[in-house]
Ligand binder design. Sequence first.
Ligand code: PLP
Length: 439
Amino acid sequence: MSHVFPRHNLSAPPKAVRGEGCYLYDEAGKQYFDGSGGAAVSCLGHGDPEIIQAIQDQAAQLAYAHTGFFTSAPAEELADLLISEAPGDLDRVYFVSGGSEAVESALKLARQYFLEIGQPQRRHIIARRQSYHGNTLGALATGGNAWRRAQFEPILMDVSHVAPCYEYVDRRSDESPFDYGQRVAQELEDEILRLGEDSVIAFVAEPVVGATMGAVPAVDGYFKRIREICDRYGVLLILDEVMCGMGRVGHLFACDAEGVAPDILCIAKGLGAGYQPIGAMLCSSRIYDAISAGSGFFQHGHTYLGHPVACATSLAVLKALKDRNLIPRVREQGEKLDMALRDRFGQHPHIGDIRGRGLFRGMEFVRDRDGKTPFAPSDNVAARFKKAAFEAGLVCYPMSGTRDGNLGDHVLLAPPFIISDDQIEEVVDKLETAVQAVV
Ligand code: PLP
């Protein structure tokens, strides 16, 4: 019997023993194409010698020094590098170990900021339905995924949820995409006014929604309108780029494509590319200075903040993105993947939408295309798809929105940035095998 507490107890997963490029291998020697980079993590692929070398060098030099006493060269350099590319006035970086920690840090920082500037009455967080911001209690409360929240509702903090920007499902036929975006953004202003115009701390959103909707970008103008609303009421905009950031959508920061800069930005996943667990929260000096001038320190912290080996790994990852010109490649290969998906599945009776940006792509399954009717929860489409794809040797990320108010099933693709043209065909072939088996 395995003593590892499994993620899902439905069946014993195979033991992964090796990774190379875009492939993973289990102990029986079966090869899997890592079509979702795990969960949009492995952006460089597996077994990258430069990253491995950086880990070894840093571990030999300095593996750990508690940030209550020390800073370290890799943390300093990584912060400088991130800030040199960061949008707007973001110029401080708080390193954590993953996405949920980045979101928790952002929520607490936002609340503490308003205490420091004498606005203790601000106590509400607003986020969006069908969002995912992590599994720790604050991040879980912020997320709008009903299924993930259900068991913990009684112990979750109170967060308001407004509409996501989900054009395929929600845009009316008499509305332009732009008007649709303005209409759903208006829900934020309405909610701020309902709660009290000086009582909201922050609005939290993913620029391109990953886990709960399957690579859904907002329509043009939506985030600009969100930014205006936040500014009008002094509400902080927290963008969660844990999944869609670090080059995944063809820009180092996903919000660059929106022309909008947040007050606080959360990143993780691709930051460590799966070689080390690391996340970060970036904030502006306005926020940082208010805290330094006030109580003097952010009342938060974890043991592994700014871990030197994790930071050195991320430095090597960012260097690889730049030296190997990978972000333009994400845009190029992303377009090819999109075209290949459309060629193969564009007319499929049970695939209603193909969408995404860069190498962050999704397909939504429907019972019928015209009515966009989702499958029933009992059809179990996402779970069956995951199994069929895995059997065909493809790791992808199917999620069932049917658990979230019967909103549909989708599959998310987030392959390594090194994916070749032939490998795009390989992914689409394997997807087709799974599609044929399931819908
Ligand atoms: N935020 C977003 C947008 C995510 O997609 C995730 C994970 O999928 C998280 C936060 C939580 O990250 P982690 O699983 O590293 O805690």
